[in-house]
Every structure is written in structure tokens, then in C-alpha cells.
Design a protein around this ligand. Structure first.
Ligand SMILES: C[S@@+](CC[C@H](N)C(=O)[O-])C[C@H]1O[C@@H](n2cnc3c(N)ncnc32)[C@H](O)[C@@H]1O
Length: 362
């Protein structure tokens, strides 16, 4: 089979499938979908196998909202023997291609998680064997050569593996697209991981010093008890925290936070020196999208990071698209240059994180 395999949050397979079909179609690549519900996996089978590689290069993974990671299959699922699995995988790979990196993966399900010990144990000899046969490059480096490929080995069980590849320049840096973040014990809520992941995902490492740095002003709408504010404070920013609910004392004691017990839809900073707007209000996604765009248009923030909370029921992909279109239309109407990306991040649940950055006026 030749398919693009996409990982997503279990339960979001339909959204992930609808999106890859639509966005592949924009690139004149067509195929059909195979998925199993709640497995966090979607297969996009290509009508023309040759087009798989083209799509992997042409469609930026960061343009896909619901896919955490992807790869193009190399052949069928392999049935492995009980012993000498490494040899069986090496043999299936042959020696024609060379990969920069190996990702040994499993599904984001209970069965997948149960395989983690097996995967850890197998990864070492597999990596060694592939390096020895020069299928895998000698050592990983931070910078890849143009066209460098990542080898994926997706284990469904100890007996079955699907091999595939993605391009290092267009792949997630994390196995299965899942970053493992440590919950900071000083943060007042687990939501903190969402903004931490969002900053890591959307802001390139080389630019964090400038765009996520001390001295910047930030506003947090729907801030209580302060998990998101914590991420801004820990990066040295001064934060206006807007919520009728109480903020954690530990944050107030830093002297970096001013709490406004006001409606997030009405609040605006008094001066035009606010850099970040973050928003985690549980509100209608269209209302939130409109609010975010209006802050950018009015020059009340340069960058916005926010969640669009998805309403229960069908059409979650359409809900996100509608919110994004509204923002695009509003910013375009006001001649604003911008970049905007959205992702269903690992720590997101029934919500999608969006990042908008104003780049100036046309
Ligand atoms: C998911 S919680 C935010 C959690 C917070 N980001 C954290 O990390 O601790 C949503 C918050 O939005 C607030 N909220 C909802 N609607 C609001 C509004 N119109 N104005 C201000 N806050 C609002 C709620 O009071 C609630 O505290």
C-alpha cells in the first residue's frame, strides 16, 4: 500500500481525515481514507502512489491542524517473528535509502502506551543495526542537509510494524508528534502545559529570545487561576490578567501581575504597548475569533495565542475553519499583513490553539 499515515488525537480521526483530503486536493493529490475510530490514526491512500512523496514535500505539516505527525508508508505492514525482529526490519528496509534519524513509535492509545517498554528495548539494537548497515546516518545533528529523511517504525504490537518516512524539514521533531512536557509544580493549573506547548510549537527556537522575553507586556483573557499567566511570568513578562475568578497568590506576589476583574470581551489595555494577547476563555469560538482579530486590527497586540473551544457535535473541522476564515477576512479588510497557524496540540482537548502574528500594514 502507499498511504500517508497521520497521527492525531484519538477521537479526532474524522477531522484529520477531512482535512488531509481537502488540503491534498488543493495540491491535486487524491486518495481515499481508511481509519479506525479512537486509534488516533488516519491512512490517506493515494490513487497515484507517485504523488505521496510530492505531497510530503509540498504540503507543510504546520498547515495541517489535526495531524500531529505524518509519514509516507514504505510497503505493507510487516509481520515480525518472535525473535530476530531487528534483522527482519533491516531486511525489509534494504539498503537503497539512507535516513538521518529513526523514530520508533506506537499509537496514542492504551494498547500503544503498553508497548512503550518494548519500544525502548528494541530501539537501541535497531538503531545500532541500521547505523552499521549505513541505512541510518552515524549521528544526529541539529541541522539537516536538504532532503534529509526521517525513518518511522510504527509498532501496532510486538508482531506488527509499519515502516515509512517523512522529510526532516517537514516533520514534527517529536516521536508521534507528542512533546513530553513536565508540569511545573509552581503553576496553579494543568492548563499551563497548553500555553507552554503552544510557545514551543509556534515560536521558532531562534526567535524565542526576542518574542518571548522579559520586559514584554502581555494580557491574559480568562486567566484564572493563572496557568497561562504563569508561563508569561516565568518568561519575565508583565501581565494584565483578566478574569472575574481569583488568581493564585503565588503569581500576584511576583509583582508582575495586575488582576482585572472584568469581562474579557470588554477589557482593553489603556496604552498601545501590549505585545502578547493570550486567551483561554471558554466561550463561543466565533466570538473569540472576532475578538482576537479586533485586538490585532486595533494595534492592542502584536501576537495572539488563543484557544478556539470546539462546540460538541459534528463539524469540528468546519468550526475551526469558520473561525480562521473570519480572522483572515477581518485582517485582510484592514490591510494587515499577518501569519496565522492553528494546531490541535497534544495538551489540547476539545479545542484548537491558534497563533496570529501581525507583520505590518499593506
Ligand atoms: C479554562 S479557564 C482558564 C484557565 C487558565 N488559562 C489557566 O491556565 O489557569 C477559563 C476561564 O475563562 C474565564 N472566562 C470565561 N468567560 C469570560 C469572560 N467573558 N471574561 C473574563 N473571563 C472569562 C472563566 O472565569 C475561567 O476562569
Amino acid at each position: 500500500m502507499t498511504a500517508i499515515v497521520l497521527y492525531c488525537r484519538p477521537g479526532f480521526e474524522n477531522e484529520c481525515a477531512a482535512e488531509i483530503q481537502e488540503k491534498a486536493g488543493w495540491n491535486d493529490v487524491f486518495g481515499y481514507i481508511k481509519l479506525k475510530k479512537n486509534q488516533g490514526l488516519v491512512e490517506f491512500h493515494l490513487y497515484d502512489a507517485e504523488q505521496g512523496d510530492t505531497l510530503l514535500q509540498k504540503l507543510p505539516l504546520k498547515r495541517l491542524i489535526f495531524a500531529r505527525q505524518w509519514f509516507l508508508t514504505l510497503g505493507e505492514v510487516i509481520d515480525l517473528p518472535d525473535y530476530q525482529r531487528v534483522e527482519a526490519i533491516s531486511e525489509a528496509l534494504g539498503s537503497e535509502f539512507r535516513y538521518e534519524e529513526l523514530r520508533v513509535e506506537s499509537l496514542d492509545t492504551n494498547d500503544g502506551k503498553a508497548l512503550s517498554k518494548f519500544i525502548r528495548k528494541l530501539s537501541v539494537p535497531l538503531r545500532q543495526a541500521l547505523r552499521k548497515s549505513e541505512v541510518l546516518a552515524p549521528k544526529q545533528s541539529d541541522e539537516y542537509v536538504q532532503g534529509a529523511a526521517v525513518l518511522h517504525a510504527l509498532f501496532f504490537s510486538g508482531q506488527q510494524v509499519q515502516l515509512g518516512y517523512s522529510y526532516a524539514s517537514n516533520t514534527s521533531p517529536h516521536p508521534m508528534g507528542i512533546p513530553r512536557l513536565k508540569f511545573p509544580s509552581a503553576a496553579p493549573s494543568r492548563s499551563t502545559l497548553k500555553l507552554d506547548e503552544a510557545f514551543l510549537h509556534f515560536i521558532p527556537k531562534a526567535e524565542r529570545e526576542e518574542r518571548l522575553t522579559s520586559g514584554l507586556n502581555a494580557t491574559d483573557l480568562g486567566s484564572a487561576p493563572g496557568g497561562w499567566t504563569y508561563q508569561l511570568v516565568r518568561r519575565g513578562m508583565m501581565v494584565k490578567a483578566v478574569d472575574n475568578g481569583p488568581m493564585a497568590d503565588s503569581l500576584m506576589e511576583t509583582g508582575q501581575v495586575k488582576h482585572y476583574q472584568q469581562d474579557g470581551f470588554k477589557f482593553r489595555p489603556s496604552k498601545k504597548n501590549n505585545y502578547w494577547l493570550v486567551c483561554d476563555m471558554i466561550e463561543n469560538p466565533i466570538k473569540v475569533a472576532k475578538l482576537m482579530a479586533s485586538w490585532v486590527i486595533d494595534g492592542d497586540c502584536k501576537e495572539a495565542m488563543f484557544n478556539l473551544k470546539l462546540l460538541p457535535g459534528k463539524g469540528r473541522y468546519q468550526q475551526v475553519e469558520k473561525g480562521l476564515k473570519l480572522i483572515k477576512d477581518m485582517l485582510s479588510e484592514h490591510d494587515i499583513w499577518y501569519e496565522m497557524y492553528a494546531k490541535h496540540l497534544y495538551y489540547d482537548r476539545e479545542e484548537v490553539t491558534v497563533h496570529v502574528r501581525a507583520l505590518g500594514k499593506r
